[in-house]
Design a protein around this ligand. Structure first.
Ligand SMILES: NC(=O)C1=CN([C@@H]2O[C@H](COP(=O)(O)OP(=O)(O)OC[C@H]3O[C@@H](n4cnc5c(N)ncnc54)[C@H](OP(=O)(O)O)[C@@H]3O)[C@@H](O)[C@H]2O)C=CC1
Ligand SMILES: Nc1nc(=O)c2c([nH]1)NC[C@@H]1CN(c3ccc(C(=O)N[C@@H](CCC(=O)O)C(=O)O)cc3)C=[N+]21
Length: 296
């Protein structure tokens, strides 16, 4: 490859569109076969503008895939008991196959208790301890959407087999970093996890064939942190102002990194669209398990 021209840009938007088409075809087929339609319930508490945009986008794309979308918008002063009661009703509703509670929740609510209150078979975010445990022990699980989307992009880019590659994940959150590391481990990568207390993050990154960055700091990873030819997945979504205009940027200094990396995901247009596509794919998976029908 001509490095002077920079590495390849991984088009997450295009890959996600293909995945959504695939989900839509399967939904239509299941509808004919079973008469039932997969349903996703999305719960939004409060009026955080970014969350409202995400929930709106999930709602539209769910409907576009032919699934039922149930939107529950609750006031910001909703109590823990009220929220738990809604989760209980959704757990018991046979038309609902997947439940997503948009995070972050207002500070007076206990997000962990809410997540653990979701039926693990309907936990399409893959955040329940049961799904986390299943993922880490190699049992069938609902896998968190963002890491799942990252893995799909990596396998597509690298021809399917990741075994033996050095993978570094920067960030160790329960929703991105940790499950990402678990997925890479199950693909037989040699996995290193860096976080805020790691002493030599740039050096560790320079050894990575696969570098996944999920921190939330604009431009943290510089061009000289990257091994030439590495595949770089930028999960970060940071809202910044550039030339007085609102922009979204990742955690990787893209212009520097693209000339060193073999391939890199852009922000926007990389991991973000994959997250939503994987949410719908997980809803299909959950439907299949609840109805005991194959979805593939
Ligand atoms: N594209 C998408 O679909 C999604 C994007 N995101 C984005 O991904 C980013 C990460 O999200 P999330 O995992 O929820 O964030 P969290 O804030 O939960 O976790 C951030 C992690 O980064 C680590 N960290 C902080 N500073 C540094 C540093 N200087 N060097 C190395 N590691 C550091 C933290 O370490 P420690 O644990 O030690 O504090 C922590 O583990 C955010 O920008 C978020 O908006 C999130 C979800 C989906
Ligand atoms: N229970 C729960 N599950 C989540 O999966 C979840 C959540 N809560 N809270 C917030 C984070 C963030 N997240 C994103 C989803 C899509 C884009 C996305 O589509 N981004 C586009 C454009 C973004 C834009 O223009 O605003 C892109 O990167 O191209 C980004 C981020 C899911 N999250």
């Amino acid at each position: 490859m001509d490095r002077g021209a920079g590495g390849a840009i991984i088009d997450g938007r295009m890959f996600a569109a293909g995945l959504l088409d695939d989900v839509a075809v399967k939904v239509a087929r299941l509808k004919t076969a079973t008469g039932a339609v997969p349903g996703l319930a999305v719960v939004l508490v409060g009026s955080d503008p970014a969350s409202a945009v995400y929930v709106g986008s999930k709602h539209r794309q769910t409907a576009a895939a032919g699934m039922n979308s149930f939107k529950h918008e609750l006031a910001s002063d909703t109590t823990q008991d009220e929220l738990m009661a809604l989760i209980g009703r959704l757990n018991g509703d046979p038309a609902v196959h997947g439940i997503l509670v948009q995070l972050p929740l207002p500070p007076h609510l206990d997000a962990s208790a809410v997540i653990q209150g979701i039926d693990p078979d309907k936990d399409v975010d893959g955040f329940h301890v049961s799904n986390a445990g299943r993922l880490s022990t190699g049992q069938p699980a609902l896998v968190p959407c963002t890491p799942l989307g990252c893995l799909m992009l990596l396998k597509h880019r690298l021809g399917g087999d990741l075994s033996g590659l050095n993978a570094v994940v920067v960030g160790k959150s329960n929703i991105v970093g940790k499950p990402m590391a678990q997925l890479l481990l199950s693909e037989n990568c040699t996995v290193t996890i860096a976080h805020s207390r790691t002493r030599n993050t740039p050096e560790l990154c320079r050894a990575a064939d696969i570098l996944v960055v999920a921190v939330g700091r604009p431009g943290l990873v510089r061009g000289d942190w990257i091994k030439p030819g590495a595949t770089v997945i930028d999960v970060g979504i940071n809202r910044v102002e550039i030339d007085s205009k609102p922009r979204i940027v990742g955690d990787v200094a893209f212009e520097e990194a693209r000339h060193v990396a073999g391939a890199i995901t852009p922000v926007p247009g990389g991991v973000g669209p994959m997250t939503i596509a994987c949410l719908l794919s997980n809803t299909l998976t959950a439907f299949g398990r609840q109805h005991s029908v194959p979805v593939d």
